[in-house]
Design a protein around this ligand. Structure first.
Ligand code: GSH
Length: 245
């Protein structure tokens, strides 16, 4: 199977964590995919289009050897969890614990996507940015962090899919702060750790899991070229009985 993803090393990818937690990471061919900028900051928009296999043209996208394509990171991590060869399930099977997990995953994912929205708003020249984007997003992020900190104070019994989402969201918050934080019109230099000691302690411990350390803060060593990407997309199309692009 092939996982199309953007290999920024300062980012904890949910799909990679879930693949490793399920014991499947060695069966996954990683295909670097850059929707906007590559690792050198060059604009490579359009050179890595997933549109032929994913109408949303978004990473992450998982393609099975059968040609079936699974996208939406929530669907991808649920797929990995369903195929697990080791460890505890990331999705509790039923009951309140299942819905607590899925809800925490939804909270973290939306906080992540709202942070992406602020990053993209920040790409416009200052005078073209909408202040409202930031003033609308920030209270949600602040309440979300407070909620997750309160949950962390009580503690959790198991590591689950909600935690995978939290790792991604928090690492992206750090990433954004490092690159764009000072330009934020509402919270320049925002420090998510301040006032969230329990959450910070949880993050520091959880980010030591082998499912995180196998890729986090390491440069991707394989082929990152657009040619390799296109070959991989064409293999998916061939498995689907479709013409190459
Ligand atoms: N809900 C999606 C969101 C994924 C997402 O936002 N991906 C961004 C990466 S920053 C992307 O591929 N953007 C490219 C685009 O929208 O054209 C998921 O969780 O998989």
């Amino acid at each position: 199977m092939k996982l199309f993803y953007s290999p920024f090393h300062t980012f904890i990818h949910k799909s990679l964590v879930a693949a490793h937690e399920a014991g499947l990471h060695e069966q996954v061919t990683l295909v670097p995919t850059y929707p906007f900028f590559n690792n050198d900051g060059e604009d490579v928009s359009g050179q890595y289009s997933l549109a032929p296999i994913n109408p949303l043209d978004k990473v992450p996208t998982l393609a099975l050897d059968s040609g079936q394509v699974i996208f939406g990171s929530q669907a991808i991590i649920e797929y990995f969890d369903s195929q697990r060869t080791e460890g505890e399930p990331l999705f509790p099977v039923t009951g309140p614990a299942r819905f607590e997990t899925i809800t925490r995953l939804a909270l973290s994912d939306m906080m992540f996507e709202l942070t992406v929205q602020m990053v993209m708003e920040g790409w416009y020249p200052k005078e073209e940015q909408h202040l409202k984007t930031f003033t609308w997003v920030w209270p949600k992020i602040e309440r979300g962090l407070a909620e997750l900190n309160a949950q962390a104070e009580k503690g959790w019994k198991h590591f689950d899919a909600g935690h995978v989402g939290m790792l991604q969201m928090i690492s992206y918050t750090d990433f954004r702060n490092a690159f764009y934080g000072e330009g934020d019109p509402v919270h320049p230099g925002f420090d998510w750790r301040a006032g969230h000691d329990a959450l910070a302690a949880w993050y520091d411990e959880a980010s030591q899991r082998p499912s995180v350390t196998w890729f986090f803060n390491k440069d991707f060593e394989g082929d990152k070229s657009a040619a390799f990407f296109r070959t991989q997309v064409n293999e998916v199309l061939a498995a689907q009985g479709r013409d190459p692009v």
